[in-house]
Design a protein around this ligand. Structure first.
Ligand SMILES: [Zn+2]
Length: 67
């Protein structure tokens, strides 16, 4: 067995690589959430790269489409 069952390695956000429940960048510890598009665990909306994603979505909503 590569890992003992009681100590699994943390999952990482598939978008930014943030380890789950580890305060790696001073962002705090938080659980990852499943990506709605099925890519894997990602930061929640209010933590880690989720904050940036939400900001981009807000900009996309506010900015009219170039087309
Ligand atoms: Zn992330």
């Amino acid at each position: 067995m590569p890992f003992p069952p009681s100590k699994r390695p943390p999952r990482h956000c598939v978008l930014c690589g943030h380890p789950e429940l580890v305060d790696a960048r001073g962002l705090g510890r938080f659980l990852l959430v499943p990506d709605p598009e099925g890519r894997g665990p990602i930061c929640p909306q209010l933590k880690g790269c989720g904050v940036q994603r939400q900001r981009e979505r807000d900009n996309a909503t506010l900015t009219p489409s170039p087309r």
